[in-house]
Design a protein. Structure first.
Length: 271
């Protein structure tokens, strides 16, 4: 009887974590570049009550008697499905169509990756630097910050589909500047470590970043100027998942109540 109490408790704990994930998805429904997370569950150990034995007449019993000891959260998987394209009036708003990530240089000097292309030019010591909303420099295909001297009018810069920065010449025709916004892929993006501010960090599970500019073995991503990638959270799906998690939590709580009532009846047998 005590086993059922602990088993149901593991179910409630797992569903609480599931609800936490769903709540985080809903909270980020309007976060640019956010990717939906999904809980995955795994059973705990099984306790063997009776092993495979032979019956009285010597025949082999087909199965043993095992009872499960509950459930746990095995992983929280990120769904890297593309979000909706949101039109923007900003000339430094960029959307990635493909599997690529933008790269930014963190305050600690490490490189981080993001799908949020809401950038802007900010005044740096040596010119105008392309940065994200937090002022972190955006990196080019060579892993260097994108810095332009102050002779350029940043509002006149156009970006091609492969991320190449272009500036109009004397005939007002965009010409490549020799600078390309860096786009990087990962063999296992689910292995990336999620950080705050829609940033991801490379890990042993994600593998090394693959530079799209130098690796022809990967499918190239496209960059669209004046667009941002919205969150890929599907509100209807999350609401359904929330109802399912709530019902599962309720059923586990009822199992605890039933176990408690059965224990109470067993204690009352002496009376």
């Amino acid at each position: 009887m005590v086993r059922s109490l602990w088993t149901a408790a593991t179910g409630m704990i797992a569903q609480q974590t599931n609800l936490d994930t769903i709540a985080n998805n809903l909270a980020n429904v309007n976060t640019q570049g956010y990717k939906t997370q999904v809980n995955e569950f795994k059973t705990l150990l099984y306790q063997t009550l009776q092993t495979k034995t032979t019956s009285a007449n010597g025949t082999q019993k087909p199965t043993s008697a095992q009872v499960g000891l509950g459930v746990r959260n095995s992983a929280i998987t990120t769904i890297f499905r593309g979000g909706n394209a949101l039109a923007s009036d900003s000339d430094t708003a960029f959307l990635i169509d493909g599997k690529g990530f933008f790269a930014v240089r963190g305050a600690d000097g490490n490189t981080y990756y993001t799908r949020n292309g809401n950038f802007q030019f900010t005044l740096a010591t040596n010119g105008n630097m392309l940065a994200n909303e937090d002022g972190l420099p955006v990196l080019d295909s060579n892993g260097r910050p994108i810095v332009l001297n102050q002779n350029y009018i940043v509002s006149s810069i156009e970006v091609s589909a492969d991320g190449e920065l272009c500036y109009p010449d004397a005939d007002n025709k965009p010409q490549p500047m020799g600078i390309r916004i860096g786009l990087f892929q990962f063999s296992n993006p689910n292995g990336l470590e999620r950080l705050a501010d829609t940033l991801y960090a490379q890990s042993a599970a994600s593998g090394q970043p693959i530079n799209e500019a130098t690796n022809n073995a990967v499918e190239k991503s496209k960059v669209y100027q004046n667009y941002l990638e919205g969150s890929n959270v599907q509100v209807v799906d999350e609401m359904v998942n929330m109802i399912v998690a709530q019902r599962a939590y309720e059923l586990n709580s009822k199992a605890i109540t039933a176990s408690d009532e059965m224990l109470q009846q067993a204690n009352n047998l002496r009376r």
